[in-house]
Design a protein around this ligand. Structure first.
Ligand SMILES: NC(=O)C1=CN([C@@H]2O[C@H](COP(=O)(O)OP(=O)(O)OC[C@H]3O[C@@H](n4cnc5c(N)ncnc54)[C@H](OP(=O)(O)O)[C@@H]3O)[C@@H](O)[C@H]2O)C=CC1
Ligand SMILES: O=C(CO)COP(=O)(O)O
Length: 335
């Protein structure tokens, strides 16, 4: 089935490149890089040094900096640019896309201002296309190195996810399906906020018990918000919820966790972001998550504290003191 299907991935950052490398082993795959130098390096050297160091990519992977060429190539489109740039890139690509082709998001943030999820943006810019996402505990560098991992492809119609599964699956990359697009997408978005909190704890030198408390109460917060928005609460116990939360809170390679750790070292958010060459979606998303929780009348104390540090000048130590003050009631009902 996969032999005749051509895949295009938009965005040659760490994750877009890694997913394109997986797909290239299964189907003809073209990666769109904004920079012509990066496109040239990927096609000729089979590396993307800026984002993945000297890790070797599939020699079958080709890249281009021509967005029209990339769009015209696609029987399946994968969108791997960050949430804040998705609408602009897709608006440029859309006149060159074939109608009805499936479009899969890799992004784990909310569009600034509109607070829309990536799949909502896709549905708006590309009406009529079947839209879904690929998510899970997927630290790009590990997968590019060939370490085993699993992910979920979520589409409203499970038959579409099942058809797309073989495009991304590899012997060491297991791809499950799920029809709860909202829950899978929210898991990836919300865990970034908890990872910033967890990183702040690491920087402050809290113990493992505290870290476990933040992760498990973070999961409760994610599930509460998700359920209020209409997601299946079971999804948050799976790969795109607990799985991604654990990977992101525990990995030294997580950008969101690192933001928290560096904030706890005394840097301002501007200083932290100046030193980063990759995106940490949780920074732009924190305020939107607080607003969404308020709209749905759900307590979100971890998001509130992270937003306070990232956007309102509170210190990580103050945030952790704030978290200590949360009243402990029933484990199922309390914040
Ligand atoms: N890295 C990971 O482990 C994982 C990341 N994700 C998610 O995938 C998405 C992409 O992340 P990731 O690949 O890590 O990001 P990176 O920071 O590694 O790369 C970002 C990519 O997006 C491009 N880009 C940035 N801004 C624009 C813009 N305005 N217009 C066009 N292209 C732009 C960059 O191009 P240029 O190089 O030219 O600046 C680069 O190719 C994020 O939502 C992230 O949360 C999901 C799972 C795992
Ligand atoms: O989503 C990720 C792993 O699944 C990557 O997390 P970071 O963006 O924090 O690096």
């Amino acid at each position: 089935m996969t032999r005749d299907v051509r895949v295009t991935v938009l965005g040659s950052g760490s994750w877009g490149t890694t997913v394109a490398g997986l797909a290239a082993s299964n189907a003809p795959t073209l990666l769109w890089a904004r920079s012509p130098e990066t496109a040239e390096e990927i096609t000729t050297q089979h590396t993307n040094g800026r984002y993945l160091g000297d890790r070797r990519l599939s020699s079958k992977l080709r890249a281009t900096s021509d967005l029209q060429e990339a769009a015209e190539h696609a029987d399946v489109l994968v969108v791997g640019v960050p949430s804040h740039s998705m609408r602009a890139v897709l608006t440029q690509a859309s006149p060159h896309l074939r109608p009805w082709i499936p479009v899969i998001s890799l992004a784990k943030g909310l569009e600034p201002d509109s607070r829309k999820r990536p799949t909502q943006v896709l549905e708006e810019v590309l009406p009529g296309h079947s839209v879904g996402l690929l998510a899970g505990p997927n630290i790009a560098g590990e997968i590019a190195e060939g370490l085993a991992a699993a992910a979920v492809i979520a589409t409203p119609d499970t038959a579409v996810a099942t058809a797309l599964q073989p495009l991304f699956a590899r012997p060491r990359f297991r791809v499950y399906t799920n029809h709860d697009v909202l829950g899978c997408e929210l898991g990836g978005i919300l865990k970034n906020i908890v990872a910033i909190a967890s990183g702040m704890g690491d920087g402050l030198g809290v113990g493992m018990n505290t870290r476990a408390m933040v992760i498990s109460r973070g999961l409760a917060e994610m599930t509460r918000i998700g359920e209020a928005m209409g997601a299946d609460p079971r999804t948050f116990a799976g790969l795109t919820g607990l799985g991604d939360l654990m990977a992101t809170c525990m990995s030294s390679a997580s950008r969101n966790r690192r933001v928290g750790e560096e904030l706890a070292s005394g840097k301002s958010i501007d200083e932290v972001l100046e030193g980063m060459t990759q995106v940490a979606e949780g920074v732009k998303t924190a305020r939107s998550v607080v607003e969404l929780a308020e709209e749905h009348d759900v307590a979100a104390p971890i998001a509130v504290e992270v937003d306070g540090v990232v956007n309102s000048g509170r210190t990580p130590a103050q945030a952790y003191r704030g978290l200590q003050k949360i009243a402990a009631g029933s484990e199922y009902e309390a914040a």
